[in-house]
Write a new protein. Structure first.
Length: 190
């Protein structure tokens, strides 16, 4: 082959062919997605191998969980703040109030919402308008996984997997989760 060049990496996420993550807890789970779907494997420590435990993972259409760092609330755009306020109120349209769960680990938060239904948000702030998470190696892999499971991922304006990166460590606001909750959010931020 030829030596890798920067342009080899600066490709939109829609060029990915696979993505995965490992989550550690009471069990160790490996979630792996290809264009054919998403599967979860649990480590069996007695044999040192992973076994298929969650075949064909599907993200629920909606959920009752929202994940966001409330410590930055006053630095978020008005539309994001209004959506968060709506998540906390009883609402006949969305079935709220939603339960707020934010561990501070994107892997754990997105995994829970992928399996149970929900939305994870890491918006831009007044201090960091481009957000904190990196497009190429944080947002794109999770967007690929969640979309293959039937969910959605955007930066608030555009589908994450369609963003053409211009730099290796490019940051972006990130919203990901169940389709109905994402559509509800989009009504506040567009």
């Amino acid at each position: 082959g030829t030596p890798a060049e920067l342009n080899d990496f600066l490709q939109p996420g829609n060029q990915q062919v696979a993505a995965g993550y490992v989550i550690y807890g009471s069990s160790t789970i490996f979630v792996f997605a290809t264009k054919r779907g998403v599967n979860g494997f649990t480590l069996d420590p007695s044999i040192g191998e992973y076994s298929l435990s969650h075949p064909d993972i599907k993200c629920p259409e909606s959920g009752k969980i929202y994940s966001v760092n409330h410590g930055n609330f006053f630095q978020y755009a008005e539309g994001v703040k209004k959506y968060i306020d709506g998540c906390q109120k009883k609402n006949k349209n969305n079935g709220g109030p939603y339960t707020q769960r934010y561990i501070g680990s994107m892997v754990a938060d997105v995994h829970r919402n992928l399996v149970k239904g929900g939305i994870f948000m890491y918006p831009g702030t007044t201090d960091k308008p481009n957000g904190k998470l990196r497009l190429l190696y944080e947002c794109n892999p999770f967007a690929f996984i969640v979309e293959k499971a039937g969910g959605k991922a955007t930066n608030g304006e555009k589908r994450i997997l369609d963003i053409q990166p211009t730099e290796l460590h490019q940051r972006t606001p990130f919203f990901i989760g169940s389709k109905k909750m994402m559509k509800e959010l989009e009504g506040f931020i567009k």
